[in-house]
Write a protein that binds this ligand. Structure first.
Ligand code: SF4
Ligand code: SF4
Length: 367
């Protein structure tokens, strides 16, 4: 990693303990920071919009005003919601330094890049503005957090070789997921020699709260569901940091203990995780194999298997990410509801899927 991190667990500051009025409970958060630091960890991740703007000042109160600057590594991001034009970026950046109480960040990431946002960031010269700030000494290392497919990532990494790290969504359930394509995205990072920071290693908590049948598979091995998910992410070559959005002291204790020695998964554990994924996939999902035979003849150009993959992800895990990915996938291409019912796709589907009816279900779920 192009900076000094003591251990490979990062404190994601987007799910901090809150008071009733939705402000961060600084007493609890400070105790969590102290426990994290005392255990030998030092990496913190935030963004301007986390917790409706409360994350940055909470870090100032609990971390940066209480520890010397060299004691921690702090990552912040340029998020889309807070700027429209180039001239708004520098004032935003300096407001982030002030809010967190530091004179520089260790890392600054272009936040949540996908095809739509990348266009916006390019138009606003966001990458160039950030790189100028880096040259002026306001942050040490440049990167992106990323939420799209391998093709766009390759394009971005080629256009901006200055990028040092890529933060990606990676967990054992998404690894072979046809919509999220974690493995392919991860492999592009490796191809370009970029360090990987993992976000969503427990898929927003859905790999902690597993269906009973899946829970039984992991319980038989003796570890917690979170421990297997974190070890899966930590065990991949090139993964230099695994973020966990910790919300209470119990999570800090469990995660810091685990990362003392995040042993690679054994063969039996890998098989168990495959079984868990099978169980998750059996929960009312569409039996599309993503062969893509159906797409070439669709007069509306609908990416049928990708939309089905989003649907399956929602059925397996719930949560907000499938809808988020559906929105990304359909930002510049047709939605499920654009189907005109011609039936051309059903004639070629080797799985004999009732694609028109299924697309109606997809539309009902996401639109
Ligand atoms: S039925 Fe809908 S999805 Fe299938 S080919 Fe026709 S327009 Fe495309
Ligand atoms: S032809 Fe059928 S199985 Fe193949 S991608 Fe299309 S819907 Fe999926």
């Amino acid at each position: 990693m192009p900076f000094e991190v003591k251990k490979r667990l990062g404190f994601g500051c987007m799910r901090l303990p809150l008071l009733e009025d939705k402000r961060v409970d600084l007493e609890k958060f400070s105790a969590m920071v102290d426990a994290f630091m005392a255990a030998g960890y030092n990496y913190f991740d935030t963004a301007h919009g986390y917790l409706d703007g409360e994350s940055e000042p909470a870090l100032r109160a609990a971390l940066t005003s209480r520890y010397p600057r060299e004691a921690y590594v702090l990552t912040n991001k340029l998020s889309t919601y807070h700027f429209e034009r180039e001239e708004e970026i520098r004032p935003l950046f300096f407001s982030q330094l002030a809010a967190t109480g530091v004179d520089h960040f260790d890392f600054y990431l272009m936040h949540a890049q996908d095809r739509t946002l990348y266009k916006k960031y390019r138009a606003a010269h966001a990458y160039e503005t950030a790189l100028a700030l880096q040259r002026e000494g306001y942050f040490r290392h440049f990167g992106i957090s990323y939420h799209d497919g391998p093709e766009l990532l390759r394009e971005i990494l080629t256009a901006y070789p200055e990028i040092e790290v890529v933060q990606i969504q990676l967990n054992y359930a998404d690894y072979e997921d046809k919509a999220i394509r974690s493995r392919e995205v991860y492999e592009v990072c490796r191809e370009f020699g970029k360090d990987v920071i993992v976000m969503e290693p427990v898929k927003g908590g859905s790999l902690v709260k597993l269906p009973k049948e899946a829970m039984a598979v992991l319980s038989a091995l003796g570890g917690t569901p979170a421990s297997y998910a974190l070890r899966f992410a930590a065990g991949l070559p090139g993964v230099r940091m695994v973020l966990s959005g910790m919300g209470d002291m119990a999570m800090v204790k469990e995660n810091t203990a685990l990362f003392e020695d995040p042993a690679p998964l054994t063969e039996a554990e890998r098989e168990a995780l495959s079984r868990v994924v099978e169980i998750l996939r059996s929960r009312g999902t569409i039996a599309c194999t993503a062969c893509r035979y159906c797409t070439a003849g669709c007069p509306r150009g609908i990416d049928i298997p990708t939309l089905f993959a989003c649907y399956n992800s929602k059925k397996m895990h719930g949560g907000w990410t499938p809808k988020y990915y559906y929105r990304i996938k359909t930002a510049d291409s047709p939605k499920a509801s654009d189907c005109i019912g011609c039936g051309a796709c059903e004639g070629v589907c080797p799985q004999h899927l009732p694609i028109r009816a299924l697309l109606s279900e997809v539309a009902a779920l996401f639109e």
